[in-house]
Design a protein around this ligand. Structure first.
Ligand SMILES: *Cc1c(COP(=O)(O)O)cnc(C)c1O
Length: 469
């Protein structure tokens, strides 16, 4: 299509910045930001993995009186990098093994920067048709990578918490009110979501996990039968594709069979582990994922995206829109009847285009690089397990390497000792790991999903953890 002509032949000048920076200043500061970010990437390996500040000290440096008059932006950028952004956990550091790392890739960061720079919006068709198609595109690309059915729809949210909440709302809107089945290893944000949706305690079943910390299909089936016998209506089963604690994946095929038999909505929380399905080994472990009615994946964890980004997929066409559509008079001009309006797919109306970063990074690196990156994380946890098993006098493997996570104990250590070792390691700045508890047994935990992490990183980390207190 030809470009629209300008209003006037007069090239009248518009001030470039709403609040007064000159174009020259904008370029200079923008280039400085790029340099600061790339400089950090180049020396990331040498920075402390976590730095926590003192609240009074941080407030002293970052707070102060409301700046009524302009201040020097260079000084503010330097202060931001050094103090505000310097006192964080660096989830993209190669030796960040705690909770869930966030190994963001640079092409994805560029996508986010462009979206912010152009003040991108993806809410209605008329308000952002280009960004809507980008979101459609990344939803179908990732659905294809995961092996979900071709009719799958989706929406991008801030993270797993909101993506799971969105899937739960769709489940209830499609099947009506009833009981939801979770287990004791389900992420804590999920029962919180259900309570805030208005489910009462009688409608939330937290089933005990089996000895491998998975949902047990027999326990699930018995609980469902019991509820049906009591005249209750099962609404949804929430399975986990890779728990945050151990990476264990629930037996999705067996759970899908039970859901099919009773016509219950199957929601799979793959916020952590769903990316494993793009690799050959992971696809085996997550067999049955393609039978879910809704699936959640957190690209800001194991899909190389900067915070924040969660995805909710729904395999039943139209269900997202049936749940969240609203058509008020003030949106009639921009909402198209036959095209997607992303403001009608979750509780967010005005929303930036979170799809740009995923689009940019999948195009820049290719799905094959994502596959290799995820496979590296799976293999590295297996390497960590090999190293642990090679030192049985020191370590006891409590949960074998599963989807990038391994849990272990130091022989004879109690939870206090584990906490002290983990804390000493974090304070050294070299690496950071998590402590957790598995069926009451205290554990240390490594999550190894950063493609930059090496076997030597793991070896040195285990040495530091094992050193005499
Ligand atoms: C991280 C996580 C969540 C929560 O996702 P956020 O992005 O932190 O909101 C939910 N479920 C699982 C399994 C997770 O690992």
């Amino acid at each position: 299509m030809a470009r629209k002509p300008p209003f006037s032949e007069d090239p009248f000048q518009v001030p470039p910045d709403t609040l007064g920076l000159s174009a020259e200043e904008m370029r200079r500061l923008g280039h400085k930001v790029v340099d600061m970010v790339v400089d950090r990437f180049e020396r990331r390996n040498a920075e402390p993995v976590v730095t926590t500040g003192d609240a009074a000290d941080l407030t002293n440096q970052l707070g102060g009186a409301l700046p009524n008059m302009p201040m020097d932006p260079d000084a503010s950028l330097d202060l931001m990098a050094e103090v505000a952004l310097g006192h964080m956990q660096h989830g993209d550091h190669p030796r960040y093994f705690a909770r869930v790392p966030g190994p963001a890739s640079f092409a994805a960061i560029l996508g986010d920067w462009m979206g912010t720079g152009f003040n991108s919006i993806c809410a209605s068709w008329g308000g952002g048709s280009g960004t809507a198609i980008v979101e459609n595109t990344v939803v179908s690309w990732v659905a294809e990578m995961l092996g979900l059915p071709s009719q799958t729809e989706g929406v991008l949210l801030s993270g797993g918490s909101l993506a799971n909440f969105t899937g739960f709302c769709v489940a209830r809107s499609e099947v009506g009110r009833g009981v939801a089945y979770l287990m004791d290893q389900t992420h804590a944000s999920l029962p919180r979501n259900l309570r805030q949706m208005g489910l009462n305690d009688e409608e939330i079943r937290i089933l005990p996990s089996d000895e491998t910390l998975r949902m047990c299909p027999d326990v699930l089936a018995a609980s469902i039968e019991e509820d049906i016998g009591k005249g209750l209506k099962p609404m949804m089963v929430v399975a986990t594709a890779g728990t945050t604690n151990t990476g264990a994946a629930d037996p999705l095929e067996a759970i899908a069979d039970i859901c099919e038999q009773h016509n219950i909505w199957l929601h799979v929380d793959g916020a952590y582990g769903a990316p494993a399905a793009i690799t050959q080994d992971g696809r085996e472990v997550l067999k049955g994922l393609e039978r879910a009615d809704s699936v959640v994946l957190d690209p800001h964890k194991w899909f190389f995206q900067p915070y924040d980004l969660g995805m909710c997929f729904v395999t039943r066409p139209g269900a997202l829109d049936r749940c969240f559509s609203m058509n008020p008079e003030y949106l009639k001009d921009v909402q198209a009847d036959n095209e997607v309006n992303y403001g009608n797919r979750s509780l967010e109306l005005t929303r930036r285009s979170r799809a740009l970063k995923l689009w940019m990074s999948l195009r820049t690196y290719g799905a094959q690089s994502f596959r290799e990156g995820v496979a590296h994380g799976i293999a590295l946890a297996e390497e960590a397990e090999r190293q642990l098993r090679a030192a049985p006098e020191t370590w006891d493997v409590l949960s074998h390497a599963q989807l990038g996570i391994v849990c272990f104990a130091r022989n004879g250590a109690d939870s206090e000792d584990h906490a002290k070792r983990a804390n000493r390691l974090s304070e050294s700045g070299f690496a950071t790991v998590s402590t957790t508890s598995l069926h009451g047994r205290t554990a240390l935990r490594l999550c190894t999903i950063n493609p930059l992490t090496t076997a030597e990183d793991i070896q040195r980390t285990l040495e530091l953890l094992a050193a005499p207190m």
